[in-house]
Design a protein around this ligand. Structure first.
Ligand SMILES: [Zn+2]
Ligand SMILES: [Zn+2]
Length: 333
């Protein structure tokens, strides 16, 4: 089978021909149909996040269960599934005992088991989520990381009916976040640094768009502020400014990865009782919610499709900020 390997930092990924793996206890083998390419793949490629090499990247895989490991009863060959980043916990640590497998230090994930940019992959059975009928492979793939992350971010921000929600950063995550916020009935504000994204954000459902000029927060205040800000922006300068656009008791939910710091004035934070919330993928219920919203047509991922052999072109487009809004490798066999 063919698989895209990251063998050296900042060097092109290599398509290698390797034996088809066999599932062991607790595992299944999946015949891939599509695999989304996430900004985090670029962080690993560039060496911003540590990783032992070589490795197959890809944590938005969807496909068909092809072979069961010994004793698996929860899945059947032919099931359409997606595999999330965290697949299972060790089962024994204090976090696993509280069903918080995302914090487990011994968790099973793609780094341990191999990623999705491959014709076949191995996953823990518990890490596979059944896909709703009628959901296309290319629409499903971006939900396994981007969609799942923003759905958890929305839930962690605890927006109440009638509250205003802003999304900062209109990319792979943000374009889905705008649609989720709109589908939930909130006044929806998009915040972007690019004038060219104004009309795109409107088309995604934003009621209003702030194109950051001098100060994202002050410009947000000018149109009434926001109760919740969902941040998918890698610009910590704009994020730090945007916090000042929160209404009293507002919540800033950060989902982006960067090697800079968020800067916040503690006195202002105290006076307004703002919350700064870090958010990651927070349990299968959030993933199922975004899968269902998308299957119902309330959210529509905008994707560019490529073949597995185009992985280096995709990585370059992603690093250059050219992707609108998610690249998906179609791995038909
Ligand atoms: Zn991701
Ligand atoms: Zn554990």
């Amino acid at each position: 089978m063919k698989a895209a390997y990251l063998s050296a930092i900042d060097k092109p990924l290599e398509i290698r021909d390797v034996p088809v793996p066999d599932p062991k206890d607790g595992e299944v083998r999946i015949r891939a149909h599509a695999s989304g390419v996430c900004g985090t793949d670029v962080h690993y490629w560039r060496g911003i996040l540590p990783l032992s090499l070589p490795i197959v990247l890809g944590h938005e895989p969807v496909g068909i269960v092809d072979k069961l490991g010994p004793g698996i009863t929860t899945l059947q060959p032919g099931d359409r599934v997606g595999v999330s980043w965290v697949q299972a916990g060790c089962g024994r640590c204090p976090c696993c005992q509280k069903e918080q497998i995302q914090y487990c230090a011994e968790q099973y994930n793609w780094i341990r088991l191999g990623g999705g940019h491959s014709e076949f992959m191995i996953a823990r059975a518990e890490g596979c989520t059944l896909l709703p009928d009628g959901l296309d492979w290319q629409d499903a793939a971006p939900l396994l990381c981007a969609g799942y992350t923003v759905m958890s971010g929305y839930r962690n921000g605890k927006p109440k009916p009638g509250e205003t929600v802003a999304v900062i950063g209109i990319g792979g995550l943000g374009h889905l976040a705008i649609q989720v916020v709109k589908a939930m009935g909130h006044r929806t504000i998009a915040i972007t640094s690019q004038e060219t994204k104004r009309s795109e954000a409107k088309a995604l459902g934003a009621d209003e768009v702030v194109v950051v000029g001098c100060h994202a927060g002050r410009e947000l205040v000018e149109i009434g502020g926001a109760d919740v800000i969902l941040s998918t922006s890698n610009s910590m300068k704009h994020n730090s400014q945007a916090i000042e656009g929160l209404l009293p008791e507002g919540r800033f939910v950060t989902m982006a990865i960067a090697n800079e710091r968020i800067d916040v004035d503690p006195l202002q934070m105290l006076e307004c009782q703002w919350s700064l919330i870090g958010s990651q993928q927070c349990g299968r219920k959030d993933l199922v919610e975004i899968l269902n919203l998308t299957a119902q047509g309330k959210v529509k991922p905008q994707v560019e499709t490529y073949g597995l052999e185009d992985i280096n072109l995709v990585m370059k487009r992603l690093a250059d900020g050219e992707v609108r809004y998610r690249s998906v490798l179609m791995i038909e066999q």
